[in-house]
Design a protein around this ligand. Structure first.
Ligand SMILES: [Zn+2]
Length: 227
């Protein structure tokens, strides 16, 4: 029994972390967000809602500057104030904004946002438990190896989530008659923004795989649907 105590403690710790971070995220989002009311965007989200047989798609504005979109663990979709500003300035089109909303909807529909939260606290537990076990055999570097292994696993998981959310968005945008082009053109725009101001990559791109790979995956889908 004593042998398993560290692992049991790590699991308990992970559960507590999960509840705490879910609660903290919800509180932060509640305090700093409002529902988006934009007639031009609503026209597009209504078309997506019709394609999904939903009454409407609710989108919220999260009052922070970094260009980002996110799907909360409770299923709400957020666009940051910074992203919305780019749209209001005319730097990003309504169709391109719709493609971000569609991508975040994909994360919700495919259960990524809830799982990601579990992933995050699960990662801490795995790192702790693995570190304890490895340290017995490899004192000093066991913890380091455990950390590297856990990060590698997490990166692989989140990469596949992004491709899945992109594919979901592409299908939804196609069905709603908005098209995949906006999705691809937004990737290029955000990429150009990164190139112009080195080190100022939009948060939305940083947490995602390489743009070129994502565009290639979308073009492959588009080609398959066309033929
Ligand atoms: Zn994503």
């Amino acid at each position: 029994m004593l042998k398993f105590t560290p692992i049991l403690l790590a699991i308990l710790y992970a559960l507590a972390m999960y509840h705490f971070s879910a609660w903290r995220t919800r509180k932060e989002l509640d305090a700093r967000s409002t529902e988006l009311a934009d007639p031009a965007l609503k026209k597009l989200t209504d078309r997506m809602a019709a394609a999904l047989d939903l009454a409407r798609i609710r989108v919220h504005i999260y009052e922070i500057d970094p260009v980002n979109g996110l799907a909360a663990p409770d299923g709400r979709i957020f666009i940051t104030r910074g992203f919305y500003r780019k749209y209001r300035n005319g730097e990003v089109s309504a169709e391109e904004m719709a493609s971000v909303i569609a991508h975040e909807l994909g994360h919700v529909a495919l259960g990524h946002s809830r799982r990601r939260m579990i992933d995050f606290s699960g990662q801490n537990a795995l790192r702790t438990a693995l570190g304890m076990v490895l340290s017995r055999f490899l004192p000093g570097i066991g913890v380091w190896i455990a950390g590297a292994l856990t990060s590698l696993l997490a990166a692989r998981l989140s990469r596949s989530d992004e491709y899945e959310a992109d594919a979901y968005a592409a299908a939804l945008l196609t069905k709603a008659g908005i098209g995949v082009e906006a999705q691809i053109s937004l990737f290029h725009k955000l990429d150009a923004l990164t190139a112009k101001r080195a080190g100022a990559a939009p948060a939305w791109l940083m947490s995602h795989p390489k743009t070129a790979d994502r565009v290639a995956a979308l073009e492959k889908l588009e080609g398959r649907w066309r033929s």
